[in-house]
Design a protein around this ligand. Structure first.
Ligand SMILES: Cc1cc2nc3c(=O)[nH]c(=O)nc-3n(C[C@H](O)[C@H](O)[C@H](O)COP(=O)(O)O)c2cc1C
Length: 186
């Protein structure tokens, strides 16, 4: 059966560079299916709301992660760390502990910034959070995109820089291969 990859963008901005990168992925590697999983409707995490299936937006978010064979997060860096909206979403996906949808879920991390450091610090925190949820984060491989404004066509909302496109395609291929390795880790 064709694999499905869920893509979560850690920015709510309509013209987000990270969203443009996320939207380019299906074109670069069309061998699998993709679903963009929105975190825009999620409430702030509140244990009092986290009962049963929780709020409807949380239920839909968790279901979307559950039906994906793996998740790729495409996120900016805010103040040298993980954007709050993304941390909030990952917290919702980390409960209830025993049946959490991120548990044993293959996960990849991509990040883009107009700056020169490629979201290194943000990705470290995203990895730390994912590992706390017991997700299986693709080891070793990293996908940092710096000076992103020079690498996209903002009108067409697409990644145009050829070198970055081939790195990203390779990263997604490695991630698909990682999905196949994960059952042997259990
Ligand atoms: C509150 C805030 C903090 C930021 N901190 C960083 C940072 O630490 N490192 C970085 O590379 N860019 C930082 N930026 C710039 C973002 O990388 C830039 O706004 C980027 O376009 C956001 O991603 P998006 O285009 O996907 O929305 C920050 C932006 C904001 C709004």
């Amino acid at each position: 059966m064709t694999k499905k990859i869920g893509i979560i963008v850690g920015s709510l901005r309509e013209n987000s560079f990270n969203r443009m990168i996320a939207e380019t992925i299906p074109e670069l590697e069309p061998s699998v299916e993709y679903e963009l999983i929105s975190l825009a409707e999620l409430p702030l995490y509140n244990g009092d709301l986290d009962r049963g299936d929780g709020p409807e937006s949380v239920r839909l978010f968790r279901e979307a992660i559950k039906r994906a064979d793996g998740i790729i997060i495409v996120s900016p860096e805010y103040n040298s760390g993980i954007p709050g909206v993304l941390k909030n979403a990952l917290d919702w996906a980390s409960t209830p502990t025993k049946t959490a949808v991120l548990r044993r879920k293959p996960a990849g991390i991509v990040g883009a910034t107009p700056g020169v450091k490629g979201t290194i610090l943000s990705q470290q925190q995203i990895r730390q959070t994912l590992e706390a949820t017991q997700a299986y984060v693709l080891p070793f491989q990293k996908m940092y995109i710096s000076q992103v404004m020079d690498k996209v066509d903002a009108q067409r909302r697409i990644l145009t820089d050829e070198t970055t496109r081939s790195y990203l395609q390779r990263y997604v291929q490695q991630f698909i291969h990682w999905i196949d390795q994960v059952p042997s880790l259990d």
